[in-house]
Design a protein around this ligand. Structure first.
Ligand code: SF4
Length: 243
C-alpha cells in the first residue's frame, strides 16, 4: 500500500472519530493496568462489569493487594482465567508498592517485568495512559493490517514494527484505537461490513463482501418483465389483430 492511501485511510478514520480511546473503563493508570491484564482473552464489556464492582472497593495497589488472591478472585470470577489473573495482579501490586512507589511506571522494561504484563499490555499502557506512540497489535489490528494491505506480516511483532514505521507521525498516537475499533465493528473477522466501510475504496482486500439486495428489490428484479414474458409494454406498438 502506498503512503498516499495510508494517509487517506487515517485521515478518514480520524474525521469519523477525532478522539478515539479504549472501551475499557478506568480513571487512573493503575485502574487501566488492572483492566488490561483482565482483558486478555475476555471482552472489554465483561471486564467493565467486573471492574465496576472492584474499583469502588479497591483501586490502588495497596488495596488490591490487601484483598489477597481469593478476595480479588471473588470480584473477577466472571472473567476467563480469573484465578491466574488474580495471582498475577496480586504479585504485580506487590511489585508496584515495593519497587515503584505504588505508581505504574511509564517505561516498557519496567512494565514488562510485572507479572501478567507482556509486550501488548505494556504497549496499551504506554499508549493510552502515557500518550506514547506505541502500537499494541491485538487480534483485530493483526487481521485488519494484513487483510487490507496496510502492514502485512506473519507475526504480531512484524506487523507492529511495520505499522510504527509507516504510519505518519500525526496519526501514530491514535492509530492503535482507530484500527481496533475498525476491526471490532466494521472489518470483522468472519464477515467484514464492506458496505458500511468508509475506507472501502482504499482497502486492497480482494474478498470484499457487499450486502445482499433487500428482499423487495430482489423480488422486483427477479420478476419477469412484461416484455420478457412476451407481452408488449404499454408504450410499444401493438400488432394489429387479424380481422
Ligand atoms: S472494505 Fe471490507 S475488508 Fe476492506 S477495510 Fe472495509 S470492511 Fe475491511
Amino acid at each position: 500500500m502506498n503512503s498516499a492511501k495510508r494517509d487517506e485511510i487515517f485521515s478518514r478514520l480520524r474525521a469519523a472519530n477525532p478522539h478515539p480511546t479504549t472501551e475499557l473503563e478506568y480513571t487512573t493508570p493503575f485502574e487501566l493496568l488492572v483492566a488490561v491484564v483482565l482483558s486478555a482473552q475476555s471482552t472489554d464489556k465483561g471486564v467493565n462489569l467486573a471492574t465496576r464492582r472492584l474499583f469502588p472497593v479497591a483501586n490502588t495497589p495497596e488495596a488490591i493487594h490487601a484483598l489477597g488472591e481469593a478476595g480479588l478472585a471473588d470480584f473477577i470470577k466472571t472473567i476467563g482465567l480469573y484465578k491466574s489473573k488474580a495471582k498475577h495482579l496480586i504479585a504485580t501490586c506487590r511489585m508496584l508498592v515495593e519497587l515503584h512507589g505504588s505508581q505504574v511506571p511509564a517505561d516498557r522494561a519496567a512494565l514488562e517485568a510485572l507479572p501478567g504484563v507482556g509486550r501488548k499490555t505494556a504497549n496499551v499502557i504506554l499508549n493510552t495512559a502515557f500518550g506514547q506512540p506505541t502500537m499494541a497489535v491485538d487480534t483485530h489490528i493483526f487481521r485488519v493490517s494484513n487483510r487490507i494491505g496496510l502492514a502485512p506480516g506473519k507475526t504480531v511483532l512484524e506487523v507492529e514494527k511495520k505499522l510504527l514505521k509507516t504510519i505518519p507521525d500525526e496519526f501514530r498516537v491514535d492509530a492503535h484505537h482507530w484500527l481496533i475499533l475498525h476491526g471490532r465493528y466494521i472489518c470483522q473477522a468472519r464477515k467484514p461490513k464492506c458496505g458500511e466501510c468508509i475506507i472501502a475504496d482504499l482497502c486492497e482486500y480482494k474478498g470484499k463482501t457487499w450486502p445482499a439486495p433487500s428482499s423487495a428489490f430482489a423480488a422486483e428484479t427477479a420478476k419477469p418483465t412484461r416484455k420478457a414474458a412476451g407481452t408488449p409494454s404499454a408504450g410499444a406498438p401493438r400488432k394489429r389483430a387479424k380481422a
